[in-house]
Design a protein around this ligand. Structure first.
Ligand SMILES: Nc1nc2c(c(=O)[nH]1)N[C@@H](CN(C=O)c1ccc(C(=O)N[C@@H](CCC(=O)O)C(=O)O)cc1)CN2
Ligand SMILES: NCC(=O)N[C@@H]1O[C@H](COP(=O)([O-])[O-])[C@@H](O)[C@H]1O
Length: 197
């Protein structure tokens, strides 16, 4: 009997990855994007969710870190899997415990290098360029209680070109993310559904 999965996307920014993920699953028979969770009022990802008729949940620090971490709202939407796509707060232990091995993240570098607190967005690309790296890339990984520490699911690389700026490298990294994240999410969820069936 086919099993279904409702995904919540957690994002804080422009939402280009969220857009690609939403488009990828727009007519999927088993997997649905059921909610977009955001911690930044006015973030571009909220407009993208509205464009696609996807419910949104704007969260605030107190309830997320010291309250019920919005678990009732996630359960209400039947969320079974959480995808982080440029979400800039640390996922609390209580939320990880409620979704064991069912929260994944994309990081815009080749972990374990260039990860951890403070390493997000342009800060990552600045560090990679400053270190004189000849290649960078993306890492898709499970989320544990530390930043960028969970088991790696997928990595892809791209060159760092002479004269690259953080913006030009970010553009190349975004292309990798958009090409791979939706399919890796699908493969990860389907393999778990098969395993649990
Ligand atoms: N428990 C976990 N939570 C999160 C993870 C994770 O691996 N485990 N990944 C991050 C995403 N991320 C890198 O991929 C990341 C995001 C943000 C930060 C960071 O330093 N944030 C700042 C706050 C920034 C802000 O509020 O605007 C901070 O913590 O001081 C590091 C890595 C998502 N959550
Ligand atoms: N450490 C976390 C981090 O830096 N995540 C990065 O934020 C960007 C979000 O872009 P988007 O809002 O256009 O999807 C993405 O490049 C993602 O890898």
């Amino acid at each position: 009997m086919p099993q279904n999965m409702n995904i919540a996307i957690f994002a804080s920014g422009a939402g280009s990855n969220a857009r690609k993920i939403i488009e990828h699953f727009s007519s999927h028979p088993q997997i649905k994007i059921a909610l977009v969770v955001c911690n930044k009022p006015g973030a571009g990802v909220l407009d993208i969710a509205a464009e696609h008729g996807i419910p949104t949940l704007l969260i605030e620090k107190e309830q997320f870190f010291r309250g019920d971490t919005y678990l009732p709202q996630l359960k209400d939407k039947g969320i079974g899997f959480i995808v982080l796509a440029g979400f800039l707060w640390k996922i609390p232990a209580a939320l990880i415990a409620a979704f064991p091995h069912h929260i994944i993240n994309i990081h815009p570098a080749l972990l374990p290098k260039y990860g951890g607190k403070g390493m997000y967005g342009s800060y990552v690309h600045e560090a990679v360029i400053a270190a004189g790296e000849k290649e960078s890339g993306i890492t898709i990984h499970y989320v544990d209680e530390q930043y960028d520490h969970g088991g790696t699911i997928f990595q892809a690389t791209c060159p760092v070109e002479p004269g690259d700026t953080p913006a030009s490298l970010a553009q190349r990294i975004h292309s990798l993310e958009h090409a791979h994240y939706p399919a890796v999410i699908e493969q990860t969820i389907l393999s778990q559904l098969v395993k649990n069936h």
